[in-house]
Structure formats: structure tokens, C-alpha cells
Design a protein around this ligand. Structure first.
Ligand SMILES: [Zn+2]
Length: 134
């Protein structure tokens, strides 16, 4: 009788240990997932904060400085006429067909079209052209 009871108890104890181990593994997994989630949230918050400060920093950059940086970014890109050329601030840049200067789109009276997406006639050339006509 006794050895049977002991064996039964051992078996139950073994199952109990197994269950506990499984529960412990599950708990660890949940903990890891929670930590992962926390890290992700922290990363998202960090990215948001960085993005906000980047936007704020851009807002403080004078227009002249943005144009200077933008010009440096785009000046060598006028080798194709299929895609619009914009700098990292989102400003569009156009090359004048007459004087050859590269300026922001606000300096052009007309620009764009098929096979001349990034070409136009700048306000200055447009004005002097009209002057010479009259
Ligand atoms: Zn021009």
C-alpha cells in the first residue's frame, strides 16, 4: 500500500512542479512582452520628441539659411527633367532656361511642363524679356 501512495504522491508532486514551471515560463514571457512594449513606447515617445524639436529647430532657421542649405542639396540634381527637385525642407527648386540660375519656385513666373519639369523662366528674365520686347 505505502509504496503505491508514495508513487502517486510523487507523480502528483511532479505534475505540480511541471505546472509551476510552465506558469513561471508564462510569467516570464508576459514580463518580457511588457518590457518590450514599454521599450517600444519609450522609443515612440523619443521619436516624437525628436521630431517635434526638429520641426521647432527648422522654424528657427532663417529663410536665407534654409535657402542656402537647400541650394547646396539640389544644385547638382538638375540632370533630369522627370522628377520634381525639392530640398529637405520641401522647397521646390527650378533652373532658369535663360540665365541658367537655380532658384526657388517663388522666383519664377512660369515653370514646369512635359520634359521640362524643373525648368522655367525666372521673374528677372521674364521682366527683362518683356522690357526688351516693348
Ligand atoms: Zn533667369
Amino acid at each position: 500500500m505505502y509504496p503505491q501512495i508514495i508513487e502517486k504522491n510523487n507523480k502528483q508532486y511532479g505534475e505540480y512542479l511541471k505546472r509551476r514551471k510552465e506558469q513561471e515560463i508564462l510569467r516570464q514571457q508576459q514580463l518580457q512582452e511588457h518590457q518590450k512594449w514599454k521599450q517600444e513606447q519609450a522609443l515612440i515617445l523619443k521619436q516624437k520628441t525628436e521630431e517635434r524639436s526638429r520641426i521647432e529647430a527648422i522654424a528657427f532657421i532663417p529663410r536665407e539659411e534654409k535657402e542656402r542649405q537647400g541650394y547646396e542639396q539640389v544644385k547638382n540634381l538638375f540632370t533630369q527633367q522627370e522628377n520634381r527637385i525639392c530640398d529637405s525642407y520641401g522647397t521646390r527648386w527650378i533652373q532658369c532656361e535663360i540665365c541658367g540660375e537655380i532658384k526657388t519656385d517663388s522666383n519664377f513666373s512660369s515653370y514646369g511642363g512635359i520634359d521640362r519639369v524643373n525648368l522655367g523662366i525666372c521673374s528677372e528674365c521674364s521682366r527683362s524679356g518683356e522690357r526688351s520686347k516693348s
